[in-house]
Design a protein around this ligand. Structure first.
Ligand SMILES: O=P(O)(O)OP(=O)(O)OP(=O)(O)OC[C@H]1O[C@@H](n2cnc3c(O)ncnc32)[C@H](O)[C@@H]1O
Ligand SMILES: [Mg+2]
Length: 198
């Protein structure tokens, strides 16, 4: 399997996956480059949304597809924004407004614990009865104000106390191996290897 369509319209995810797959000599083609429109994400679980996105891209391109459904789950908000992380502050999608809304929701709240979570789904074709599935998680805390220019989404607010940095202050080389996405991908690649696909 040398060419996989990435069922995502998020430029930050595309950058991260292209870097993660580069050493494997697998080409990751963003679905937008193949004319695939954004899929619906109507479900309440990360897994179901990831499956929907992967099937959609694979059906429309005839290629194997990889989808990532991810988000940030905040303890004091009972796991919100969760699957709604991308659209937390309403349309149009805006990382900046999402971050402001999160700061507002946590104003005066002492418990700042949160985690990033990602589910990856790989389908070989649109009707694949055995999708390959993997998950990953990264624990951190929500700062009181943004810091850093790297990454995307909630990274400027997502603080890793063990490193003394927000994720937006990390280089891609530092973020990818420890991120929810990087960890999920390591586990997915192990599954792909078992299936003889890498
Ligand atoms: O569905 P696609 O097209 O892949 O793009 P999306 O941005 O809508 O992606 P999701 O539906 O999976 O929503 C994930 C959101 O969670 C947040 N998120 C996920 N991973 C992140 C990361 O590594 N760093 C910062 N924020 C992240 C960010 O707000 C994303 O938009
Ligand atoms: Mg989405």
């Amino acid at each position: 399997m040398k060419r996989i369509v990435l069922a995502s319209n998020n430029a930050g995810k595309v950058r991260e996956f292209q870097r993660l797959f580069a050493p494997l000599h697998i080409e990751i083609v963003p679905q937008g480059d193949l004319g695939v429109p954004e899929a619906e994400e109507p479900h309440v679980t990360f897994l179901e949304n990831a499956l929907a996105k992967a099937r959609h891209a694979s059906t429309l391109t005839g290629m194997p597809a990889l989808a990532d459904d991810s988000g940030i789950c905040v303890s004091a908000l009972n796991g919100a924004p969760g699957v709604y992380s991308a659209r937390y502050a309403g349309p149009p999608k805006s990382d900046e407004r999402n971050n402001l809304k999160l700061l507002d929701a946590l104003s005066g709240v002492a418990d700042r614990r949160a985690f990033y979570y990602a589910v990856l789904v790989m389908v070989r074709h649109g009707d694949d009865p055995r999708p390959l599935i993997a998950e990953g998680r990264l624990d951190g805390e929500i700062l009181l104000a943004p810091r850093g220019e790297g990454g995307f989404g909630y990274d400027p607010l997502f603080y890793l106390s063990a490193l003394g940095n927000t994720v937006a202050e990390l280089t891609p080389e530092e973020k990818n191996p420890i991120s929810h996405r990087g960890r999920a991908l390591a586990s997915l690649l192990a599954r792909m290897a078992e299936e003889g696909q890498v």
